[in-house]
Each structure stands twice: as structure tokens, then as C-alpha cells.
Design a protein around this ligand. Sequence first.
Ligand SMILES: [Zn+2]
Ligand SMILES: [Zn+2]
Length: 342
Amino acid sequence: MKAMVLKKLCNLKENKSPLELVDMPVPVEAEDEILVKVSACGVCHTEIDEIEGRTPPSKFPVILGHQIIGRVEKMGSKANKFMIGDRVGIAWIHSACGKCTFCHEGRENLCDEFKATGRDAEGGYAEYTTVSEKFAYKIPEIFSDAQAAPLLCAGAIGYRSLKLAMIEDGKNIGFTGFGASAHLVIKMVKHLYPHSRVFVFSRTEREREFAKELGAFWAGNSEDESPEKLHCVIDTTPVWKPVVDVMKNVEKGGRLVINAIRKEEVDKDALLTIDYPRDIWMEKEIKSVANITKKDVEEFLQLAALIPIRPDVQEFKLEEANKALMELKERKIRGAKVLKIG
Ligand SMILES: [Zn+2]
Ligand SMILES: [Zn+2]
């Protein structure tokens, strides 16, 4: 099969083609696994973090990609959740131990043995992949393959971040950055919390315009003071300054949820400008969202079909994965980038 593989960590400023097209054997499914013929795989900023070593793969070479849509091609001897030909999705969570306290509490996203698709296990930048049937999901029919792919990470983790933000209808919510995840989360907010106002902070005019098209009440620069205080904020930027900048706008007792697997080091100095009385005092909270649970993915797919959320997607061929990644790195974003495969 064809696959785009990462053989070693690299700096994308120096190497703009980190992935190599290779021909390799089709993987063989274990007894509890399904073999999936991949038709679409979303391209995520986390892949850039993997390539540049902020969340390095645990093996090389590795096939990246964790927003996978495909069809069941074969099943292991103990797999019976799906039928051959069923359309399934695979998300960031590839497996967890199933035995620890976190797993028993439905918080397998925090399991010590959490394994990520396209980082610790082979992902979807390829024609085939395998996964335990427990971590594959039926995809609602209303979505095309390309539309469904970005729902599996940007959408599902966005849904988790919205839960952690503890928003209530009528309360203000902010977004710092307005890329693939935020443009899906704003649609959930409009549906679930119709009386809430959305405030977007972005350094690019294009993202601010896009936010307003999608119903943001206000959109400004990341340094700006918002016209109203915010009860919660979801940060989807890869850097620190927007986090520090937005805290002055957070209401007393409000919270900021950082939806980023790693932050870049370039502007870490910005943290030294945090002003405790202005930014943290009065019970303001800062927390992160980590990984994803099975339940998040399942709930979110149902919600997405109900609303419905149809992500705006930009399609690339498998062989163009490097191009898609570089455009994402350079923040040429309007909607979500998806590799169409096969
Ligand atoms: Zn992702
Ligand atoms: Zn566990």
C-alpha cells in the first residue's frame, strides 16, 4: 500500500517535505481489530507537533494521521461490532489499558498507557490501517467522508473543551485563535447555548471575518479588550501570548481552557507578563484539555449530525500531505484540511 511516513523528527523551517511516500505491506489486524481501507484523513496541527518533536512519535518510521474515515475491509477472529464494508471513523485515542482507575471512570484520555493514533500506532496517511473495534465509530450517514474526517479530532476534542469550559446558556464565551477546531465549536455553541455571545480573538483579519460570518458577536485582535467580560475562553493557538492577553477579559470565577497538546517555546517569555491581580486573582482558572475519550467521540458525532455541523474542508491528495502540513504551519487556514485517499 501507499503511505506517507515520517522517518525522523525535523524542523519544518528547514525541511518542508518531512514525509516520504513509500510502498509498504498492508497491515494485518489482530484478533480484536479491524482492517480499515482509508478514504479520508484529516490533517491536524498535532502532526506538526509530532514532526517537530513537541509530542514525538514513540516509533519510527511512523504513519501520522488521527482523523480517519474508511471502510471495514477485514475483521479479526474476535471482532464482531461491525460488518465488512461498514463505514467507520478512527480518532486520536487508539487504545488505553482498560484496567486503571482512569479507564474505569471513563477518563481513559488520562490513562498512563494511552496510545495515540498516528503517533504511538500507525495512522491514516495511508491506504490501510488497523484499530481495535472498540476504538472505531460508526459515522452518521449525512456526512461525506471528507466532511466527517475533521469531526474526529478538531470537532470531538473541541466538544470536550466545551464541556470543560462549563459554559451555560446566556454566558459569554471567547475563542483565542479561530482555526479548524474553533470553527466547529462555534457551531456547537450556537446550537447548545443559543443565548450566549461569542467573542473571537485572532491576529488575522481573515480569521476574524470568518468568525463573524459564523455568528461571532465580536472579533478583535488578541491584545484587544473585549467589550464584555467572558465567563469562559477556549484557546486553540499554538503559542502563549494570546493566553496571557485574554486573561484580563475573563470574568471573576471564569476559566480558560487550553486546547493544545503542546505549546511552542518561541514566545514563552510572554508568561512573565502575567499580572496576578489583573489576570489570575478572583478565582480565575486556567486548565488544559487532554486527548479524547470514546464517549466524547460518540456523543459528538451524534450532536454533529443533529445540528448538523458540516465542516468546510479543503481536499488534498495523499501525496500532497507535506503541502497540506506546510499550509497549516503557515496558518493558511480556512476550514479543515483533509487528504482524500484511494
Ligand atoms: Zn488532531
Ligand atoms: Zn487505563
